[in-house]
Design a protein around this ligand. Sequence first.
Ligand code: TRP
Length: 551
Amino acid sequence: MTSLALFSLLYFLSVLTLTDSSLSSISTEPPPAASKCTLLNSFQPGFVVQGDYVIGGIFPLHYNLKMPVVNGTYRPPPINCNGHRLFLRAFRWAQTMRLAVEEINQNPVMLPNHTLGYKIFDSCRYPLTGQRAVLSMLNGVNEENSSMCTNASSLLAVIGASGSGQSIVVSRILQSFRIPMISYASSCACLSDRQKYPTFFRVIPSDDYQVKAIAQLLLHFNWTWVGLLRGDNDYGRFAAKGLLRELQETKVCLAYQEMIPLPYNHQAGLRIIKVMRSSTANVVVVFATAGDMTPFLRDYMTHNITGIQWVASEPLVTASVFSGREYYPYLGGAIGFGIKKGHISRLGDFLQTVNPKRYPDNVLVHELWESLYGCSPFPSSVTQMPPCSGQESLLEQNSAYMNTSSPRIAYNVYKAVYAIAHSLHNLLLCQPGRGPFQNNSCAQSNNIHPWQLQHYLQEVNFQIAGEEVDFDSKGDSVPYYDIINWQRGPQGNIEFVNVGLFDGTKAVGEKLLIQEDGIMWAGHQSEASCSHCVFTFIRCQLLKFCRLRWR
Ligand code: TRP
């Protein structure tokens, strides 16, 4: 008994001394490891080109994320998002960035005697992996090449990210280094807060405008009893909140509000379907991307639900993955606001140059081939795909990759790269003694700080294909949307037809322009659905009345 007590006492003392000595070593001199800069993980860029000034690009190139189990008992393996689910549309966006940089480098008038370089990373369509992308972009590939180990990053600006949740994370990291970023797709109104996101810019309108436009559309068609569906992300959350705010003082009532969970879960999906079925609301507003909708839509179609008039939000209303004829009975007639489309004259030709012969070592280009042709130019035991030459012709206009008929997000990417190039060009034109910085100084061309570029980005104003590009004080750009309606095409597939516009710069009452006779409604009818039928109308108004009184 005594020996046990003695042993415990000795053990207790030894633990204390150990703890004590380790504590004193922390407080006096740093452990040797702290002075050495070591990368804890390495994540490679998808495409890299060296240049005098390097910009980063973040795109959701894959979307089937496999999360490792994190239980704190072992070091988790890297997140695997490199399945064979290449997001072809985003791959095209990334190539558009490469094209824009190439064009600028070939242009003798723009940034003469200087070249732009880039590092393009995969965000895997998820905030956590977006964080990994931006950290890898800042860190470099290994310790030797990493300027972050010794001084400031050589990265001047970043194009990205896609989803708002990813941009929030990326912005929080980049702002510490005062590196500006331009998003081509993140539309959450929350990102207009300059205090929280001081280096954030975007070439897509804030959802503040989209929800105003949708509220006006609902009122225009007298749709006063509507359901609301949203994705499980910041975009869906904030957009739904914004729409509710816009509808507060109107006669429109919400019949229900549901969220498609991420990861998708069949049971939750069935519950939502039950709610939709039992509700008398046949107009449903949805704030989700095609990725959020895909698994839900599978269940929705299995249950053969028709007759819903969808009001589709911006990422969905131009989602070509749903344009097949099998979707028409379920989604036909949908209406919504799509961002402005543009024209990139060299895009089609440029996309054709991306093939495994030209990029034999690029894993992403191999995956592109596997996705497009179901075969592998360099077969391995992992892919188990039949072999092919790698010289197959990239002419399938229907594939999401080669679809260059009306680029919208790709056009945004293009604009964003040009915005950086114009800003950099103006920065380099600065005359010593007449510059915008301290004592009228200019930036030094061989040592430009990202915050100096941001100054020029804030002021930039240029024309691209006759369209003016600039940013307001919050980093936002012009609020303009096309109204798009999903109509049946000659082959029974869905076609996205322009039936109007919303111009946020116009006066109240003049913003929305709709060509009503050009619209095809759900169920292939040519008249608006019956959400304004007498019974639901009275019920809705009563509810609204009560809610307003008891507030
Ligand atoms: N607006 C969405 C967000 O902020 C992102 C988005 C817009 C998007 N258009 C898209 C994503 C098209 C994928 C495809 O999160």
